[in-house]
Design a protein around this ligand. Structure first.
Ligand SMILES: *Cc1c(COP(=O)(O)O)cnc(C)c1O
Length: 360
């Protein structure tokens, strides 16, 4: 079987989303977070679309290497910094910036002879309890960095929110207060917010915002989609209908016979499955778009194929395009049916999917 799954990445949507984020964040600067291959949209492709961002954020030095090799000269921040002492030379060679979140990284920096000044972002754990210095350890860590000739004198102070998508509870307000107390009096720009922080927590605007999801048109705010905040989905995932079969009442569809036909009915088969990154957890009832209309998935998602209830689509034809997510069918809605978030969907597409850039 030839593979028909295509991810169309909309360059203009990416650019418009960056402009929208900029307008919301102003006067703060915007780091475009393009880790995980630009949330699955393509590293170099998204970097091109976000060329006017004030910096790029990546999760791996290898991403910085790819961006430099492709000719990008922008500031690039490695969001978890060096993972081993040998990474410091690589960061300097590639002119990458490092998040410093742990004493072990300070030890490596102190053991390194002074080199080209490395720009660092000091990460403070204001309550998420993943990466970062505890508030009580921040001043000592800052002093150690500030004393190093191999560290650029402008140290950015950053933290990350655990629940900024929950506008109604006070966990983010508490994190903001903990960050402010831990950094009071220290010099340097402040960087607190991710996408949801930008939307919901103006007190956390600071000097930099680090934006991922919204740049791809995606929201993680419960019950909201990117479009609710003025952002446009940047990917359309589509495939084609490769069969329409009439199946009799009482017959079971697909693996484990998980779905039973309530009547004689047309069942469509579309060429996409978990081998392409379409989530196996997508439950019966998950919508797809056929001729612009929502059609429910039935049965289990298999590796290469999904099955669709075509009772509402008597005019459907083999060869019709089936949209899995994109304009008209937000990835957030599909993610809800699959028990996950939209970031997981776009990040999870496999190499079997053909990526094409679409000027719209
Ligand atoms: C991924 C990441 C972001 C971006 O988060 P979004 O919710 O996608 O905006 C920001 N900051 C850090 C440290 C991250 O790891």
């Amino acid at each position: 079987m030839s593979r028909l799954a295509v991810a169309r990445v909309h360059a203009h949507a990416l650019q418009a989303n960056l402009e929208r984020a900029r307008a919301l964040a102003a006067p703060a600067r915007v780091m475009a977070v393009i880790k995980a291959d630009g949330y699955g949209h393509g590293l170099e492709r998204t970097a091109r679309a976000f060329a006017s961002a004030d910096a790029f954020g990546v999760a791996a030095i290898a991403d910085g290497l790819r961006l430099r090799a492709a000719g990008f000269r922008q500031r690039i921040v490695v969001l978890s910094g060096p993972d081993a002492p040998g990474d410091l030379a690589e960061l300097r060679r590639l002119d990458l910036e490092a998040v410093i979140h742990h004493d072990s990284q300070l030890d490596w920096l102190e053991a390194e002879p002074a080199g080209v000044p490395l720009r660092v972002w000091l990460k403070i754990d204001s309550g998420m309890h993943r990466l970062g210095f505890a508030p009580a350890a921040v001043r000592a860590a800052h002093a150690r960095l500030a004393a190093l000739p191999g560290v650029h004198p402008e140290i950015v102070l950053m933290t990350h929110f655990a629940a900024s998508d929950e506008f109604a509870n006070d966990r983010t307000a508490r994190q903001i207060a903990a960050f402010e107390a831990a950094t009071a009096g220290l010099p340097g720009p402040r960087a607190l917010s991710n996408s949801a922080g930008l939307l919901g927590w103006p007190a956390a605007r600071g000097d930099w915002v680090r934006i991922g999801g919204l740049l791809y048109g995606q929201s993680v705010v419960e019950g909201k989609i990117g479009a609710d905040f003025g952002f446009t989905p940047a990917m359309t995932l589509a495939t084609r209908l490769i069969a329409i079969n009439r199946v009799a009442r009482g017959e079971r569809i697909g693996y484990a016979g998980a779905w039973t036909c309530p009547e004689d009915m047309p069942v469509g088969v579309a060429a996409i499955g978990y081998g392409d990154g379409y989530p196996r957890s997508a439950a019966a009832g998950t919508p797809v778009l056929l001729r612009g209309r929502r059609v429910p998935l039935i049965g289990r998602v298999s590796m290469d194929l999904i099955t669709l209830d075509l009772r509402g689509m008597p005019d459907a034809d083999v060869g019709d395009e089936v949209v899995l997510w994109g304009g008209g069918l937000p990835a957030e809605e599909v993610a809800t049916h699959a028990g996950t978030i939209s970031y997981v969907l776009t990040c999870g597409l496999t190499r079997r999917v053909l990526f094409v850039e679409d000027a719209s």
